[in-house]
Design a protein around this ligand. Structure first.
Ligand code: ADP
Ligand code: 5GP
Length: 189
């Protein structure tokens, strides 16, 4: 059986990763989305086991110590990580898998799976990024500023990725990601 492909989608908070991934997943039922684990509080409308597995710091640290995370990072005072078991199972079953994670995690994944495809989502401008994070309405001024600081660090990593996609027009960005997946699949054929 052909093993699935592993895609990593990164980009600064507010770039539109979640929105793009949702559309890509809706249109291809062979692709699976890895639900990350986090110690941050759920945002309004976010569901446990759908958007994230929301856990305590103790629960996160226990899984980490057991080797149950494929990668992890501490971001704006909270842990984020990818549970290993589900990803490995899906890849073995032949599903493509998307990880929506930051660059710290992305490079850990590249070390473990050199064949993983790393895609970076860029906002059209920093002003637009700020407007999108504000529009989401879930941040205080303090976490907003921390997220913008992190965004600058994130953007500096874009050239280390296999592909970069600017999310100005949503439909065009979704199509570009789908095109990347098509190119990668055709390399296997
Ligand atoms: P991320 O997952 O990268 O943090 P989101 O997918 O949550 O980003 O998007 C941040 C905000 O920007 C959301 O309110 C989303 O609806 C909006 N958004 C996403 N893509 C676009 C786009 N191309 N044009 C305008 N707004 C967008
Ligand atoms: P948010 O709080 O906006 O959902 O996510 C904050 C940051 O954490 C984003 O850059 C997001 O990509 C990243 N992130 C989400 N899940 C994971 C994960 O499992 N691992 C890592 N390393 N980063 C993650």
């Amino acid at each position: 059986m052909t093993k699935g492909k592993l895609y990593v989608i990164s980009g600064p908070s507010g770039a539109g990763k979640g929105t793009i991934c949702k559309k890509v997943l809706e249109e291809d039922d062979n692709i699976r989305f890895s639900v990350s684990m986090t110690t941050r509080e759920p945002r309004e409308g976010e569901e446990d086991a759908v958007d994230y597995f929301f856990v305590t710091k103790e629960e996160f640290e226990r899984l980490l110590a057991e080797g149950g995370l494929l990668e992890h990072n501490l971001y704006v005072d909270n842990y984020y990580g990818t549970p290993r078991k589900q990803v490995v199972q899906w890849l073995e079953e032949g599903h493509d898998v998307i990880l929506e994670i930051d660059y710290h995690g992305a490079f850990q994944v590249r070390d473990a799976y050199p064949e993983a495809v790393l895609v970076f989502i860029l906002p059209p401008s920093v002003e637009e990024l700020r407007a999108r994070i504000m529009g989401r309405g879930s941040e205080t001024e303090e976490t907003m500023n921390k997220r913008l600081d992190e965004a600058m660090n994130d953007l500096a990593q874009a050239d280390k990725y296999d592909y970069r996609v600017v999310n100005e027009n949503l439909e065009a960005a979704v199509e570009e990601v789908q095109q990347i997946m098509k190119i990668e699949r055709s390399k296997e054929a």
